[in-house]
Every structure is written in structure tokens, then in C-alpha cells.
Design a protein around this ligand. Structure first.
Ligand SMILES: Nc1ncnc2c1ncn2[C@@H]1O[C@H](COP(=O)(O)OP(=O)(O)OP(=O)(O)O)[C@@H](O)[C@H]1O
Ligand SMILES: [Mg+2]
Length: 334
């Protein structure tokens, strides 16, 4: 098959957008795109590079492709940015891998996602959204339990989440909230801080989706609260250890699986996703957020997890592609 690859490269977006020092964190490197293309070609397909933004628009109209493998994060700071490419593909009636625009748009909005996931019976930390700095704390978050974490409402890749994001009282909270409101031009959320194990889960498949595996993220130095922050993700080799498979009680693992799959289904995810949890000291998994477009580069959590479980990069890409192709049998020529 001729498979188009839609993606946004850090270097391309950096020329077009300005912003904070982490503005391009979610975008991909040429190495990641080349790795995915190589995996698709080893599977016997022809990879057609389509890029992102305007370049993608021109290319998708010019090139004939049977299917799109989509990893485009979208442009701007809009909360629906991940839905941009899939929306165009739906308009042009071109099948693609991964979740649909509605799921992608909702999942980047953490408070909205938490509402849906909570209504499916999954535990998620208490939260409160703050939209502007006018009397922000007194009005909206008074009485919020501490410690808490303050984060932008519509970001990923730990953008806006630093070692200083955990706050112990309302004065600290106001300081971080004001700084994030100024920098990220979007609402901010304050969330109950769950001290406990950090576990991320990979899910692949449809009807039914299955848990590919779980990975515990352990700090190498245990001083103070652990946050898998931007600083830690950028220096993960020195700062964390990954444990996969996860050695937690069987009941906790069962509850994690149940919560991850319930979240995947409540949001209408397709093909694959990565779900982040904190497990409280009492063994209760708390849903933090879901990534229906998780990173697929060598240093991404899903790829690290899959490799620990014996998958090659090609095997993972093939699993995602094949589960997506099962949804659209008209794409597969016999
Ligand atoms: N309520 C919380 N309690 C404890 N830790 C938290 C909480 N919320 C976030 N964190 C910490 O901050 C990290 C990043 O938060 P979160 O997963 O919400 O951000 P993200 O930018 O969407 O992440 P990703 O890189 O997975 O897209 C978490 O992995 C966790 O270590
Ligand atoms: Mg996360």
C-alpha cells in the first residue's frame, strides 16, 4: 500500500510559531519520522512523506495514497489542534490511523476528559479550572486540598509542568497559576497531588482494545515529591528508572487495567493510546490523562515499554497499522 505519513517537525514549526521555551516539545524529530517510515517500508508498504500544516494540505491534494499513518500534533495552541489533520482526512474521505477528531480534541482538554472518565467510574484526582487571574484564588479554588499540582489545561509532553509545579499552599498556588496563565494563553488547572507510584499504560486494538503493557516510572533520587516533569523527561536516562513489567500487587494491576480500558472506551479512542496514572499509597489508581496520539520515537514511553516487552519498533508500528486497517477493509487490496 502507499501510506502517507502526516507529522509536524520541531524544526519546521519552530520557524513559524513563537512562544515559551517548551513551545515545540510535542513535535517530532526527523529521526522519529524516518524510523516510522522505515518500519512501514519493512512491512512492505511505500511511505509517502506528507508533513504537516500547509505543506500537508498541498501534499495530500497532490499525492495518491491509500491510507495515512498520522502522528501530526497540529498547529497553534488551540485545544483541538490534534484534530486538524484527521478532520481534513475525514473531509477528503481518506482513511487514517488513530483516533477521530472528536476524541483527539477532547483528550487534549484535560478537565473535559476527566469529567468523561469520572462519569465512567474511573478515579481521577480532584481538580478545579482557573480561566483568568481576576480574584482567581479566592473565587475558584478556595479550600482546595494541598499539596496540589498546577498545570496548563490543554497541553502534553509535560509542557508547563516543572519541578516547581507542586504547591503546598494557596500563596504558592497563586504564583504558579499567574505565571502559567501569562505564558500559555489558556486556562490552568489545579489538581490534587497524588503521592504514589507513577504508571503509564499502552493500549492497542479495537473491539476489544487490549493492554499492551504497563511501565512504572521510578525516580533515581528520592527527595521530595516526584513529578515526571519536563526537566525529568528531557534527562530521563539520568533521572528515572523504568520498570516493565510492573511489580505491583495483582489487584492493583487489575484495577489499573480496568481503569485504562474504561477511559479508552469512554473517550471513543481507536487503535492505540497511552494512559497515565498515579497509584495512591492505598493502591487506588488515579487517572491523570490519556494520549490518543502518543509519541512513537525511540525515547517515547510507549516505545520504551514495548521494547521492554519484546516488541521491535516495526512490530509496534505494524500492530497499530493493522488494527487501523481492520477498521477499513476497503483499503486492503487482495
Ligand atoms: N495530580 C497529580 N498528582 C501527582 N502527579 C501528577 C499529577 N498530575 C500530573 N502529575 C505529574 O506530572 C506529570 C505530567 O503530567 P501530565 O501527564 O498531566 O502531563 P502531560 O504533559 O499531558 O504528559 P505527557 O508527556 O504524557 O503528554 C505526570 O506524569 C506526573 O508525574
Ligand atoms: Mg502524561
Amino acid at each position: 500500500m502507499r501510506i502517507g505519513l502526516s507529522y509536524d517537525l520541531k524544526e519546521t514549526v519552530a520557524i513559524q510559531q513563537t512562544g515559551c521555551d517548551d513551545a515545540y516539545e510535542e513535535y517530532d524529530s526527523p529521526e522519529t519520522v524516518e524510523l516510522i517510515a522505515a518500519s512501514l517500508e519493512t512491512e512492505g508498504h511505500v511511505a509517502v512523506m506528507l508533513g504537516g500544516g500547509r505543506e500537508f494540505l498541498e501534499n495530500i491534494l497532490r499525492h495518491q495514497v491509500d491510507f495515512i499513518f498520522n502522528i501530526a500534533e497540529g498547529r497553534g495552541t488551540h485545544r483541538s489542534r490534534e484534530a486538524q489533520v484527521p478532520s481534513i482526512l475525514e473531509m477528503l474521505d481518506i482513511p487514517y490511523s488513530g483516533s477521530d477528531p472528536q476524541c483527539l480534541a477532547i483528550s487534549l482538554d484535560k478537565p473535559l476528559t476527566k469529567k468523561l472518565v469520572a462519569s465512567a467510574g474511573v478515579h481521577t484526582p480532584k481538580w478545579c479550572v482557573i480561566t483568568d487571574s481576576q480574584g482567581l484564588y479566592q473565587k475558584e479554588a478556595n479550600g482546595f486540598p494541598f499539596p496540589a499540582i498546577v498545570k496548563p489545561a490543554y497541553e502534553g509532553s509535560s509542557k508547563g509542568i516543572r519541578l516547581t509545579s507542586v504547591v503546598e499552599d494557596s500563596n504558592q498556588a497563586i504564583e504558579v497559576i499567574e505565571s502559567l496563565l501569562g505564558k500559555y494563553q489558556q486556562p490552568v488547572m489545579i489538581e490534587e497531588f497524588i503521592a504514589g507510584d507513577e504508571v503509564t499504560m499502552g493500549i492497542v486494538g479495537n473491539s476489544p482494545p487490549r493492554v499492551l503493557g504497563m511501565m512504572r516510572i521510578l525516580p533515581k533520587r528520592r527527595d521530595g515529591h516526584f513529578v515526571y516533569s519536563l526537566e525529568v523527561k528531557r534527562d530521563y536516562l539520568n533521572l528515572v528508572e523504568y520498570e516493565c513489567p510492573v511489580h505491583l500487587e495483582r489487584k492493583v494491576l487489575h484495577n489499573l487495567e480496568h481503569s485504562g480500558l474504561a477511559a479508552f472506551e469512554a473517550l471513543g479512542c481507536r487503535d492505540f493510546a497511552r494512559v497515565d496514572f498515579r497509584v495512591s499509597p492505598q493502591g487506588i489508581p488515579y487517572f491523570l490523562e490519556i494520549n490518543p496520539l502518543p509519541g512513537l520515537g525511540t525515547h517515547s514511553d510507549l516505545v520504551i515499554m514495548a521494547k521492554r516487552l519484546g516488541w521491535s519498533h516495526q512490530g509496534l508500528i505494524a500492530a497499530v497499522l493493522n488494527t487501523a486497517l481492520e477498521r477499513c477493509p476497503q483499503c486492503v487490496r487482495v
